[in-house]
Design a protein around this ligand. Structure first.
Ligand code: TSJ
Length: 642
């Protein structure tokens, strides 16, 4: 029988039309023709090799970006079957490569194929969107090869040599008439395949980039699977349980879960179905969360950590500080949701729930110290949440009844029209006193702050409400915080931070800006936050009006101007202000508060973001970056301290 028949039969014409459609509407198959779509081509091909690994026949996958943006993917699986299929009269290998969605037909029983979304569209889509493709298969004692150009068969599957190995190698060059760019981002591929390796324990994945003179290479093999994944995610965090809790189950519906608690306040749960990140969650995640809540509550009650009369801990309390990865393999996954990344299969919830119910309960019984440490954190999360709720309700109720008691320290203005009103937040009591006396009380309010501010970084919302420094600011501004913040309720059109030009002043400024940025962001976006600019120097001479200078350049300029008028430096009195407190009320009014003379700096989002970054750096858990920052800015800090 003639092996290569180049006459097209009806089947083959359909194939061509199918692949033509992929070229006409690539977005329908791979999402986009941007770099995302380009990377997707690689994922499609590698998925086939991972399927072979999941079926238990492949140990190594090698992904290479070659010069010219050629991708090579090689595995040591069984090799795609090369024998001629009786019905279609072509080999499985060719079918996989030329028929839309043909992959499933040949791999249906062995693995957990993916359906829906943009995943699993198959190698034929990659073929259609490539300038050329070359597939090499080693199996049954031979080496077989086939070649394609833009989806069309150039060389049908041909035996080109002998081999005693098995495996599949695919090389392809994406079509530059379709994609916006062919420049793969190594780090993106590296991250995806690291994740793949975490999700498939024991699978050895090598990623390599030989496009540049100095090649890049990553080698992933994680015998610990998700346990190692969670450790990787938490590498910079302070752990509560040193070793992740690990739960696993094989069978019809394989499940793998790892859990580790940290001292942070955030919840980090990743879920996967057939190695696809289910960003929108789904039944597997629901089952996990339900079991987590139940097991911890049961344990807490049984061990008297919660009393009989206490309310149950909520899911949120129990998930504070959690890092977890939940991975399930589902034979016929139903993907739902906006981006088709939400698992719909209802049977999965119960299976995951039973596993976690059993294994987690067992773990807690066997590790009472870990159980205690985690539950202590959950209980304090619960208390914090309760306090935050009360504080929020208090603020809400007060503002609803308009009976808010204004902070005792606040010297309010007489006008109630926010558009003309301004509040000065002043560092220190003595400066606050001068400001109170010097102000125009019709429209200027003064709120003095003193002492060490709360470290906003490490505080939960309840601490913010309950904090004796920040609470007056919240009440004075009058518009709530966080999700409750309502810009239409602000009591002052200008919120002005007035702090000294020294390190402590810079500290207060950074803290307040960070606070506004995190808890009253619309206030900054709307341009309501300002920095007052007190003078640094005063030049004086008998018979001459005092001259205030706000910067060093200002001072030099004034000296020059006065020299031109015949006044020499040594005839002038120079006062350097160390702090706002040194100014009397009249001076403070003249230099810093009188709209006719004062300099106000409007805070932009960029300023606030920068403050937030500096703040995180200075207050965060990581000591090393803080040390580096302080060293790098030591000079700057000294300058501030003049
Ligand atoms: F699809 C593909 F060409 F893109 C591709 C497939 C690319 C790569 C890099 C690897 C693979 C692939 C496919 N590796 N291993 C397999 N295995 C099979 O296709 C296979 C082998 C044997 C049997 C069997 O039942 O004997 C079944 C299958 C699906």
């Amino acid at each position: 029988m003639e092996k290569f028949n180049h006459e097209y039969n009806a089947d083959q014409i359909q194939v061509l039309e199918g692949l033509e459609h992929v070229r006409k509407r690539p977005g329908m198959y791979i999402g986009s023709v941007s770099i995302r779509g380009l990377h997707h081509l690689v994922y499609e091909i590698v998925d086939n090799a991972v399927d072979e690994a999941l079926a238990g026949y492949c140990k190594n996958i090698h992904i290479m970006i070659e010069p010219g943006n050629i991708i090579k993917v090689e595995d040591d699986g069984r090799g795609i079957p090369v024998d001629i299929h009786q019905k279609t009269k072509i080999s499985a290998a060719e079918t996989v490569y030329t028929k839309l969605n043909a992959g499933g037909k040949f791999g249906g029983d062995s693995g957990y194929k993916v359906s829906g979304g943009l995943h699993g569209v198959g190698a034929s889509v990659v073929n259609a969107l490539s300038e050329w493709t070359e597939v090499t298969i080693q199996r049954d004692g031979g080496i077989y090869q086939m070649k394609f150009e833009r989806g069309k068969t150039i060389q049908p599957l041909t035996r080109i040599g002998d081999s005693d190995k098995t495996g599949t190698t695919v090389r392809f060059l994406a079509d530059n008439t379709i994609f916006e760019t062919l420049d793969y981002e190594y780090e993106v591929l590296e991250n995806r395949f690291r994740e793949m390796a975490f999700l498939t324990k024991g699978l050895h994945i090598i990623v390599e980039d030989t496009r540049e003179e100095t090649p890049k290479k990553s080698d992933f093999l994680f015998e610990g699977g998700l346990k190692t994944f969670v450790e990787y995610l938490n590498k910079n965090k302070e752990k509560i349980n040193q070793t992740p809790i690990y739960m696993e189950k094989d069978g019809e519906l394989p499940i793998e879960i790892a859990v580790q608690y940290t001292t942070s306040y955030s919840e980090n749960i990743y879920s996967f179905v057939n190695n696809i990140n289910t960003v929108e969650g789904g039944t597997h995640l629901e089952g996990f969360k339900r079991a987590l809540t139940k097991v911890f509550n049961d344990y807490a009650k049984a061990h008297n950590i919660l009393k009989e009369k206490d309310n149950n801990l909520t899911g949120d309390d129990i998930r504070e500080g959690i890092t977890a990865v939940v991975s399930v393999k589902v034979k016929e996954p139903q993907f739902e949701g906006q981006t088709k990344t939400k698992l719909g299969n209802s049977e999965v919830a119960g299976t995951v729930q039973s596993l976690v119910n059993e294994k987690l309960a067992e773990f807690l019984e066997e590790n009472p110290n870990v159980a205690k440490a985690i539950l202590d954190k959950c209980v304090s999360a619960s208390k914090a949440r309760e306090a935050a709720r009360k504080a929020r309700e208090l603020v809400r109720r007060k503002s609803a009844l308009e009976t808010t008691t204004l902070p005792g320290k606040l010297a309010d203005c007489s006008s109630k029209n926010p558009e003309e009103c301004e509040v000065y937040i002043v560092e220190g009591d003595s400066a606050g006193g001068s400001a109170k006396q010097g102000r125009d009380r019709r429209y200027q309010a003064i709120l003095p702050l003193w002492g060490k501010m709360l470290n906003v970084e490490k505080a939960r919302a309840d601490k913010i409400y309950g904090n004796d420094k920040l609470n007056p600011v919240i009440i004075a501004v009058g518009a709530g915080i966080g999700a409750d913040f309502d810009i239409t309720k602000i009591r002052y059109g200008k919120v002005i931070i007035m702090a000294d030009a020294d390190v402590d002043g810079a500290h207060i400024r950074t803290l307040l800006l960070t606070f506004f940025f995190r808890y009253m962001r619309p206030l900054i976006e709307n341009g309501n936050v300002y920095l007052a600019q007190p003078p640094l120097y005063k030049l004086s001479k008998k018979g001459m009006d005092d001259i205030y200078c706000y910067t060093d350049e200002d001072l030099q300029r004034s000296y020059k101007e006065l020299e031109e008028k015949g006044i020499q430096r040594d005839q002038l009195g120079l006062q350097r202000y160390k702090g706002l407190g040194e100014m009397n009320p009249e001076q403070l009014w003249e230099t810093t508060m009188n709209p006719e003379n004062r300099i106000l700096i409007k805070v932009t989002m960029e300023d606030a973001i920068k403050a937030d970054e500096i703040f995180t750096l200075l207050m965060g858990d990581d000591v090393e970056p803080r040390r580096e920052f302080i060293q790098a800015n030591a000079k700057y800090v000294k300058n501030l301290d003049i």
